[in-house]
Design a protein around this ligand. Sequence first.
Ligand SMILES: Cc1ncc(COP(=O)(O)O)c(C=O)c1O
Length: 440
Amino acid sequence: MEKLALLGGVPVFSEKAPEELFRWPIITKEDEDAALDVIRNNKFSATDITTKFQEEFAAYQGTKYALAFTNGTMSLTAAMFAIGLGKGDEIICTTKTYWATIVPAVAFGAKPVFCNIDDMMSMDLEDMERCITPRTKAIMVVHYFGYPCDMDKIMAIADKYNLYVIEDVSHAQGGLYKGKKLGSFGHVSAMSMMSGKAFAAGEMGMLVTNERRFYERAIAFGHYERNNANFIKESEDLKPYMHIALGGQKGRVNQVCAAIGRVQLKYFDERCAEIRRAMNYFWDLLDGLPGIRGVRVDESTGSHMGGFYCPHGVYFPEELGGLSLHRFCEAVTAETGGVFISWEGANFCLHTHNYFKSFDYFHEGENVGAAFDAERLKPSEKKYCFSVPWFKRLDKAWIEKYAAAFRKVVENHTQLLSGDTDSKQGGRWHGVENEETQQK
Ligand SMILES: Cc1ncc(COP(=O)(O)O)c(C=O)c1O
C-alpha cells in the first residue's frame, strides 16, 4: 500500500503544469483588435456590433432570437419578465444552483419553490412534478456543471400542466441534449457569459427564444433602441407603455464584450471539442473506481457537455468506508503537492440560506421562501461533489498525473479512515471567504 501524501508519503507530483493546460478564455490578437476597435472609436454604447453578435449567436444556437444583456443575472431576470412571472406565481427550481438562477423571481413577487437534485446534481424530475401546484407558472431548469437535464421529460411535464420552461444555460453553452443545443428547448433561455464561463466574453448575458412575444417583452424589460411601439408585433398590451424600460432596468451590453463575443464564437465549438476530449480522457482514467463518478454524460446518446464548465465529480462516501468528503479532498490536494486544490462541493443548497429562511423582501412580515418544505429537501443536502481540474487541452501526460492523484487517494482511502473526525460534508457560499460567516 502506497503511503498517502497527506500522511507523510510522496505526492504523485508537485510541479506546475504548463499554463496553456488551464488558461481560459483563449484570447488572441483577433480578440484584442476587436476590443480596441470599440475603444478607439468610442462604440461602447452603440448597438451595431451587438446586433451582429446577436444574429450570429441566434444562428449558432438555432433559435430565432438572441438578445444580449449586461450579465447573466439580467438576462435571467428579463426571461422571467418575458414569460410574465408575477405576484403570487410559483416557479420551481432545484435547490442546488447559483443564486442568480432563481433569486430574481422574488423581485417579481413570485415564490421560488425548491425541488431536490439527483445523483448527478441535476433536477430530480419526480420531485419537481410533486412541487407543482395551481399557482405554478414556470419551471426554471439549470444544466448544472454543464450536465444536460432531461429536456424531453421536462417539456412533457410542462405541457401536461401548461407551464413555461426557462433554461439557465450559464454552465452549459454549446452543450447538446440528444443532438440539439441546450437552451433551445425552453420557452426562453438565458445565460451568463462572464469571464469565467465556458463561453466567456468579458461580462455579458444572452437571452434566446423562438417566440416573438417573449423577445418583445425581454426588450421592453430593459433595452432601449427597439423599445418603441413600431417594434411591437405580438405584445399589443405593452404598446401604451413603450419608451420606458418596463422592468426599470438598463440591460444594454458594453460593445467591448459583444466584439470579443463575436471572435470567441468563431472558435467556440472547436475549443469545446478539445476540452471534451481532455475531460473525457481524465474521467476514462478513473472509470470504475468506487466512491467517485464524473459529472458527465454518455456522448453516444447525442448529448454532450459543451465546454465542461466548472467540472466536478460526485462523491459517495458509503463506497469508501464513510470517508468524509473534506478529508478526501485534502488528500487529493496533498497528492498534487498543493498545486491543485480540490475543494468539496458546490454552493450549499439554496433552501438552507438565511435569505430564504427569513429575509422579508416586501416588508410584509413574511420571508421570501415560504413555499418549500425544508424536510423534503434533506436528501439534496446529502449529495456530494468535488472539483476536478478543468483541462483545456488534451495533454495526455499531464492529465494522467492528475488522474493518478485521485486514483491513489481512492485506492488507499482506508489509510484516511482513522482520524477522520470531519463532520463537514461539503459546500460553501461562493465568494464568502470567512468560514465563520458560512451559514452551514
Ligand atoms: C447557474 C448560474 N446562473 C446565473 C449566473 C449569473 O450570471 P452573471 O454572473 O453573468 O450575472 C451564474 C454565475 O455567474 C450561474 O452560475
